[in-house]
Design a protein around this ligand. Structure first.
Ligand SMILES: Cc1cc2nc3c(=O)[nH]c(=O)nc-3n(C[C@H](O)[C@H](O)[C@H](O)COP(=O)(O)OP(=O)(O)OC[C@H]3O[C@@H](n4cnc5c(N)ncnc54)[C@H](O)[C@@H]3O)c2cc1C
Length: 409
């Protein structure tokens, strides 16, 4: 029987596994990570590749190692990176290759590759004071389970997109989406107003395949990060945690996330490419879509339709509770507490019930607007470490009182 089973081996699952082994000191033999992908962070890699991401949006202190400076010192010790601009100067935002190579180093350091089970968890139920997990590769028993399922299982798609045949429309986060699939000369329309839309439009334009239009329903919103950095400090979190009403916490989260925003340097690149005529940026909303005369016609409500060959949706993910039937069933069968928005109501140790922890979006009502990000994974780990050290009092910024010196932030 396992001591710990982490379901989901992405950014959050990997960091939590590293912390359990490296900080808490659990026996690696008692830990497993189950994920359908053989490689850690495979889902993250696919999305980064799909949008053509070059640098992370978050600073280097948000990394998967045990300490906040781990990635920066690790990269500094490897001069080979010097030639490939490993960090963007401001906030030391790491390049995708540096972040990934460091994440692999973290996995090797803590032997996480050996702890990985390739499969999908299909059902979790209590069984003799432990958890029994039915998976596509057999049954597992564990004393503690962490749900680190991520959010991108279900993409958000406008209704009109359903009226187009699949070969004419895809979402950047679809498993099958490949930027390279766009035929040369095809006019592509990217729909979306956030960082992924800007990234994919710029990389498609850079590949010289054909004209690229970026269709946004609002003006370009410039924000360095996807929520205000004050959320990483004590004041905002103290206020958030003092609010006992989960519905009101949900409203705070919604108001605090800079949805559909673009970091300034990317917005500048977009403006430059627009001036050069490489990307046409249009502010409009699609009302309807159909294939007419061998091309896609997008009805923008007024004037002539926008005619193109293919549509690429960069419209984000569905805000509904992630986890699908696995999580729905837990709620249904065990009556676990949920907020009006459907998300788990968990304790400060991110426990939904005894031995069942959550992280990422599922922990949003406890970790606040950064829950989905790497910073959220680090916060979740801090909570777990403190809970396991038997000291569960929360300090005002959401750390637990008595956090050890190695507090990962
Ligand atoms: C393009 C992009 C760029 C981003 N850039 C940044 C950034 O710069 N900085 C930042 O802080 N955040 C960033 N984020 C946000 C966030 O950090 C990522 O979305 C990150 O991948 C979230 O980690 P996660 O572990 O929650 O989810 P994921 O990385 O998606 O991992 C979840 C894993 O769980 C697996 N899983 C799901 N259900 C099951 C199941 N039933 N059984 C077994 N396995 C299961 C999935 O297959 C997946 O492998 C970015 C997001 C995107 C999409």
């Amino acid at each position: 029987m396992l001591d710990w089973l982490i379901i989901g081996g992405g950014v959050h699952g990997t960091h939590l596994a590293a912390v359990l082994v490296g900080r808490v000191g659990i026996d690696p033999g008692g830990l497993a990570i189950i994920d359908p992908h053989r490689r850690s962070l495979a889902a993250w890699d696919r999305r980064a590749q799909a949008v053509g991401m070059e640098y992370l949006r978050s600073p280097g202190v948000h990394n998967l190692g045990l300490g906040p400076m781990d990635l920066i010192t690790w990269a500094d010790a490897r001069p080979g990176w010097a030639s490939s601009e490993p960090f963007m100067a401001r906030y030391l935002r790491p390049s995708v290759p540096v972040f990934r190579a460091h994440a692999d180093a973290v996995c090797s350091q803590h032997g996480l590759g050996l702890r990985r089970i390739v499969g999908t968890a299909e059902r979790i139920r209590p069984w003799r004071r432990r958890w029994r997990i039915e998976t596509t590769t057999g049954r597992l028993d564990a004393r503690n389970v962490i749900l680190a399922l991520g959010a991108t299982g279900h993409t958000s798609r406008p209704d009109w997109a359903a009226r187009l045949p699949p070969e004419r429309v895809s979402h950047v986060f679809d498993e099958e989406f490949l930027r390279e699939d766009a035929p040369t000369g095809a006019h592509l329309v990217v729909v979306g107003g956030g960082i992924s839309a800007a990234q994919v439009a710029l990389s498609l334009a850079g590949s010289d395949r054909g004209p690229v239009t970026l269709l946004m329903r609002h003006r370009v919103r410039r924000h360095m990060f996807d929520s205000d950095p004050t959320w990483l400090g004590p004041v905002r979190m103290a206020e958030f945690l003092s609010d006992p009403d989960p519905a009101s916490r949900r409203r705070t989260i919604a108001a605090s996330r800079h949805r559909g925003s673009i970091p300034p340097e990317l917005a500048d690149r977009l403006a430059t490419q627009a001036r050069r005529g490489r990307v046409l940026v249009r502010r409009a909303e699609v009302e309807d879509a159909r294939v007419r005369g061998g091309a896609v016609a997008l009805d923008l409500g007024s004037g002539d339709p926008l005619v193109c060959d293919r549509v690429v949706l960069a419209t984000g993910v569905d805000p509904a509770r992630p986890g699908g039937e696995l999580v729905d069933r837990l709620v249904r069968e065990l009556g676990l507490p949920v907020a009006p928005c459907g998300y788990p109501v968990v304790d400060p140790a991110l426990r939904w019930c005894r031995g069942l922890h959550v992280t990422g979006p599922l922990a949003e009502l406890e970790l606040g607007p950064v829950a989905r990000n790497i910073a959220g994974a680090r916060r979740a780990a801090d909570r777990l470490v403190l809970a396991l050290s038997g000291s569960e009092r929360l300090s005002s910024d959401g750390r637990m009182a008595g956090a050890p010196a190695l507090s990962a932030r």
